[in-house]
Design a protein around this ligand. Structure first.
Ligand SMILES: Nc1nc2c(c(=O)[nH]1)N(C=O)[C@@H](CNc1ccc(C(=O)N[C@@H](CCC(=O)O)C(=O)O)cc1)CN2
Ligand SMILES: Nc1nc2c(ncn2[C@@H]2O[C@H](COP(=O)(O)OP(=O)(O)OP(=O)(O)O)[C@@H](O)[C@H]2O)c(=O)[nH]1
Ligand SMILES: [Mg+2]
Length: 441
């Protein structure tokens, strides 16, 4: 689907819907400059203007009437975003003007661009690899600085560079293995064989540790507050978001339906989910809330398991495993009151005084961003993580296999790495990436 009509000249509104100071219609393809000649009246014809220049003038309709005053930017392939001839019309940012200018480009022979088609063309012309194309998408959607940062790193090729370093070491190992098979009597020094393989495994392991952080930074995280009635879940949610989002009363069973509140934590968009207190109950409405709470906990990226520190400890009447593990942070609430119990495995927090909230935020940050070093490019999509995981499995298999099998495993590893950066991918994978784009990008 995505691949047909790639010789067409395409057009789309590149700016967001609604009124704005300036709006952009972008045209790319072999006829882009001819369309511009027909649509734009300026000091000279766009097709006779050097690439990298802009013209000031008027956008005109079929009868030569003025649609708007604006600019025309000229890019001559391959020196453009798509690698093709591109003309851009920068108009007043009025939906009416933009719709009319777009319609005019279509009358003049352009076709409406499909979602992501400009960036697809940049990818197919070799100007971007797949990690960079995904970074473009993540950049457009970035809501926080952490997401923007990772997308910018990806766009500059920093992620692709990390992958290429791994691939280079796999290739070195492969060459050493080949030399051994070809000239078995000569022998191959360890530094040519085992060392590059160990380095590849180490680097890829490091990279995979960033997958969770990368996806969390890009897509955000859901945190469920779970505990018995009156544990202080709603109070803690309110303390974290800084206003009375959720109803708090001394009555056990106050929260029934779940509710969500968004906040930004360490640059990560976080959705806090307040849930009904978990207990055995004969009340049908409350029981529905309890079931919902357990489902929400199961679907969350992270669970805050709250227990009232001022009352005797009681286990939750559920098989939900809140024991420990990376997905659970245990919180001992109401730390301002005399303690009924203590537990070194739980964070002491008071929603009333604010004590412990800073440590809790830090624990959440560590649980979400974990081992990812702050400065480096991260894996930001499940597609990337999956390819990296497969490559690591093949590299690990190669380390313990006889030479001929090891060669096969390393070739498979290289294939998975090439898939990650998108040099060697099937059309359906590429199509799946670009399906998520908006029209005009
Ligand atoms: N108005 C406008 N702003 C924009 C874009 C755009 O298409 N139009 N971009 C689009 O998403 C981004 C910028 N990306 C771009 C990437 C490459 C080229 C380009 O023409 N590259 C040529 C020429 C470089 C040069 O003159 O030095 C090249 O690389 O050969 C243009 C934009 C963000 N801002
Ligand atoms: N002293 C003190 N009281 C607290 C604290 N947090 C909550 N409380 C009180 O504990 C009671 C229950 O608090 P909620 O936040 O409604 O508890 P909950 O877990 O949401 O309860 P349900 O919605 O019924 O499941 C209220 O009276 C709160 O004022 C705290 O940190 N310190
Ligand atoms: Mg509540």
């Amino acid at each position: 689907m995505t691949r047909s009509g790639l010789q067409d000249t395409i057009a789309a509104i590149a700016t967001a819907p609604g009124s704005a100071g300036v709006g952009i219609v972008r045209v790319s393809g072999p006829d882009a400059l001819r369309v511009a000649d027909d649509l734009f009246r300026g000091r000279r014809a766009p097709s006779r203007t050097p690439g990298g220049r802009f013209l000031f003038g008027h956008l005109t309709g079929e009868a030569g009437e003025i649609l708007d005053e604006g600019l025309c930017l000229i890019f001559k392939g391959p020196r453009s975003y798509t690698g093709e001839d591109v003309a851009e019309f920068q108009t007043h940012g009025s939906p009416a003007v933009l719709a009319r200018v777009l319609a005019r480009t279509l009358e003049l022979g352009a076709r409406a661009a499909r979602p992501g088609e400009f960036t697809l063309r940049a990818y197919l012309s070799g100007r971007l690899d797949l990690t960079q194309a995904e970074a473009v998408l993540n950049l457009i959607e970035a809501q926080t600085d952490a997401a923007r940062r990772q997308a910018t790193l990806g766009l500059t090729g920093a992620l692709a560079d990390r992958v290429k370093r791994v691939a280079a070491n796999v290739t070195r190992t492969l060459a050493a293995l080949q030399a051994m098979l070809d000239y078995p009597e000569e022998g191959v020094p360890d530094e040519d064989r085992a060392q590059p393989l160990a380095a590849a495994e180490h680097d890829l392991n490091d990279l995979l540790l960033t997958a969770r952080a990368g996806q969390v930074a890009t897509r955000g995280a859901r945190l469920a507050l779970i505990g018995r009635p009156n544990a202080g879940k709603s109070s803690l949610l309110n303390a974290l978001v800084g206003f009375e989002r959720s109803i708090v009363t001394p009555v056990a069973g106050t929260t029934r339906d779940y509710l969500e509140a968004g906040l930004e934590l360490a640059g990560v968009p976080v959705t806090l989910v307040d849930t009904a207190g978990i207990r055995d109950t004969a009340d049908a409405i409350e029981a529905a809330g309890v079931r919902q709470a357990l489902n929400l906990a199961g679907a969350a990226d992270l669970i805050l398991a709250l227990e009232d520190g001022s009352a005797p400890r009681e286990p939750l009447p559920t098989t939900l495993d809140l024991g420990s593990g990376p997905r659970v942070i245990r919180v001992r609430t109401k730390a301002d009151l005399p303690p009924a119990w203590t537990d070194p495995g739980a964070l002491n927090v008071s929603a009333v005084t604010g004590d412990g909230l800073g440590a809790l935020r830090e624990s959440i940050r560590a649980a979400l961003l974990g081992d990812a070093a702050r400065g480096e490019a991260w894996l930001t999509t499940e597609r990337q993580a999956d390819a990296a995981r497969r490559a690591l499995n093949h590299i690990q298999a190669a380390a313990h296999a006889p030479d001929d099998l090891a060669s096969y495993e390393l070739e498979e590893a290289l294939r998975a790495l090439a898939e990650l950066t998108g040099r060697d991918v099937q059309e359906d994978i590429v199509d799946a990436v670009f399906r998520n784009f908006c029209v005009g990008k």
